[in-house]
Design a protein around this ligand. Structure first.
Ligand SMILES: [Zn+2]
Length: 404
């Protein structure tokens, strides 16, 4: 190397050192700008609680999945879209009982919410742009490595029309300052035969993958709802759903491509072929109670202390029993019996897992064993059936709210 080359290298190095702070700043600013939509929380639990405590209305949008045309999954004569609608209506009425919540539903018996339908028809072009630009940002961030793909549970891809509607709901929610968007669904096991039950059961709550800007607050709400539903009902036993709360990057409902600013949750309340949903004598009772558990979870998220006084935290109690029930029976009496046994700590009974003993309203081995434990506690002959003495004890404990 001669002196000239050395001098050139020296000068070049010097220029780089002088310019470094500027180059660094420019690329850093650029990165910050592009990724701000992703890495800054679009909603926080703190802000929401503050709003709630200041007596400002918390705006909630319920989205019962599918509709009469695209009914979601079907089992025998049961349509998912109808179960979703029923659950949504129950949740709507529980939430509306709290004056701090302002609740809206994306559809009801008479069809889609007029505000949203109108919004969709007026804003066709800007909705298209919204979807395109959000996708571009995400694709850019994925290729630069600033965010990464998270493999999750595989879902059916929504048909284009439905996908557009879901993105429109996200955009509409962003523009109307909705605080919580809750999508209501019932699950299905894609591998099952027509009219045959599939192998999984239980509920699951889907929440935005942690890189999304609405992820943190959504996750916190999901955990509160999980705790309440899990008190009486079983989490999904599908391996990827086992934890009860599952992060997801692909569901539009939760804000895929970071399209939703508010909290977004999608709750699968159970598998459509589970006996408690196929049995007409218990279906509506259990749907109402699951809606109630969801409502308690939302209330806990905002104000844990306010509802500590709730008595049994279930709509299935108080209940009075007037008929003898035993193995093979099903219906309201059994459903309320199982809930009482959960509260006694006997359901699932010893040596059983909650997967094996879901609350179904059907009197089988789990209930027989749990009734035996109940009888032991209250010194009643252990028959495993609810005879007059057991019924009397149940009525004494669970047929009315006492003041002491
Ligand atoms: Zn569905």
């Amino acid at each position: 190397m001669n002196i000239r080359t050395n001098r050139t290298i020296f000068l070049f190095g010097l220029i780089l050192i002088i310019l470094f702070p500027f180059i660094y700043k420019i690329s850093f600013e650029k990165l910050k700008m592009v990724s701000s939509v992703f890495f800054v929380d679009s909603t926080t639990t703190g802000e929401l609680k503050e709003k709630y405590n200041e007596d400002k209305k918390i705006k909630i949008l319920l989205v019962p999945g599918h509709d009469s045309e695209s009914g979601g999954t079907v089992f025998k004569n049961i349509k998912e879209s109808e179960l979703n609608l029923r659950l949504s209506r129950e949740l709507y009425s529980f939430l509306s009982s709290n004056p701090r919540f302002e609740v809206e539903s994306s559809r009801d018996d008479s069809g889609y919410n007029k505000n949203i339908t109108e919004y969709m028809s007026i804003n066709k072009a800007s909705i298209e742009d919204f979807i395109k630009s959000k996708k571009n940002v995400m694709q850019g961030l994925l290729s630069s490595g600033d965010i990464s793909i998270a493999e999750g549970v595989i879902h059916n891809t929504a048909p284009e029309e439905i996908a557009k509607r879901l993105y429109s709901i996200n955009k509409w929610s962003n523009e109307n300052n909705i605080d919580l968007v809750i999508h209501i669904h019932f699950n299905d096991h894609p591998g099952r035969k027509i009219n045959k039950e599939g192998k999984y059961s239980g509920f699951s709550i889907y929440t935005p993958e942690k890189q999304f800007s609405n992820a943190k607050a959504s996750r916190e709400l999901a955990d509160y709802i999980l705790k309440n539903i899990d008190h009486f009902y079983s989490k999904s036993n599908m391996p990827k759903e086992r934890l009860g709360v599952i992060e997801d990057q692909e569901l539009i409902a939760l804000g895929s491509y970071n399209t939703l600013d508010s909290i977004g949750l999608l709750i699968e309340y159970g598998y459509i072929y589970e006996p408690q949903f196929t049995e007409s004598s218990t279906r509506n009772l259990i749907i109402k109670d699951m809606a109630y558990q969801t409502y308690l979870g939302i209330t806990d998220f905002f104000d844990k202390k306010e509802y500590l006084g709730e008595y049994w935290k279930s709509t299935l109690l108080p209940h009075s029993w007037s008929d003898i029930v035993e193995s093979g029976d099903k219906g309201h009496d059994i459903l309320s019996l199982q809930v009482a046994l959960v509260l006694e700590g006997f359901y699932p009974p010893k040596k059983f897992l909650s997967d094996d003993c879901p609350v179904t309203g059907i009197y089988k081995r789990c209930t027989t064993e749990a009734v035996k434990e109940f009888q032991k506690r209250y010194k009643i002959t252990t028959t495993g059936r609810v005879g007059p003495k057991t019924m009397e004890k149940l009525n004494q404990l669970y047929s009315k709210v006492t003041s002491d």
